[in-house]
Write a protein that binds this ligand. Structure first.
Ligand code: C5P
Length: 221
């Protein structure tokens, strides 16, 4: 049986991947399915939390008993997360947020011209929502959790990222064939700002979600 150890708490989870439009039909996106974020939302609700799920382009059915806020771009995700986070006990940023967006949006579909080379796409930086919330907690004492997908030097890069972002916990996973993007399973190490290191063996995304909430609960004030 699940402990109702998040009863009376409000948690915010972001899930999915942002899409940064180039024109009305094209965007820059990523391979995030949203499954890990939805597992986090479901498990938090089962543990008694009020859950706001900020969902970026997931196409997944709304989990029962969860407030779902659909968003498209990183800028929209930032607005929705900041709004929901003002009274949140914990914020978990499981969404894959585009680091950059096209500098210009073409109101009409970009045409190919037969006699011309294609135009380069100029990018500008998106706000780093995790770093912003970590530095300037919308509610004092709230627990902030980030995710990082790495392909090499997973732990060393994870430690550096945790310090740079300033969050309390960072879930680091290695991008691989049978795990992370689109998969039902994941394998991760959860790094704590207190120096802790919690390995989570290969298994369902629900199991990783439960471990994240275990670690969050211990840090709640
Ligand atoms: O820097 P990187 O994209 O690897 O960091 C991943 C973590 O930071 C995730 O938790 C993601 O949700 C968050 N992030 C963010 N805003 C960005 C980029 C990433 O909040 N612009």
């Amino acid at each position: 049986a699940t402990e109702p150890d998040l009863t009376g708490r409000h948690v915010v989870v972001s899930a999915g991947g942002t899409r940064e439009p180039l024109d009305p039909v094209r965007f820059l996106g990523n391979r995030s399915s949203g499954k890990q974020g939805y597992a986090l939302a479901r498990t938090a609700a089962a543990r008694g939390a009020r859950v706001t799920l900020i969902a970026a382009n997931t196409g997944l059915p709304d989990p029962a008993g969860v407030d779902v806020v659909p968003v498209g771009t990183a800028v929209q995700l930032r607005e929705a997360v900041l709004k929901a986070a003002s009274d949140a006990d914990a914020v978990v940023m499981a969404a894959a947020v585009a680091d950059f967006r096209p500098a210009a949006y073409a109101a009409g579909k970009i045409k190919k011209k037969d006699d011309q080379e294609p135009e380069p796409i100029v990018l500008v930086r998106n706000p780093d929502i995790l770093a912003e919330i970590s530095a300037d907690r919308p509610r004092p004492g709230q627990v902030v959790v980030g995710f990082a997908a790495e392909t090499d030097d997973v732990l060393a890069n994870g430690r550096t990222k945790l310090a740079r972002k300033g969050c309390d916990l960072l879930v680091v996973n290695e991008v691989g064939e049978r795990k992370t993007f689109g998969a039902e399973e994941n394998e991760a190490v959860v790094l704590g700002a207190d120096g802790s290191e919690t390995p989570v063996p290969y298994g369902p995304k629900e199991a990783l979600a439960e471990m994240v909430w275990d670690l969050v609960v211990r840090r709640l004030v």
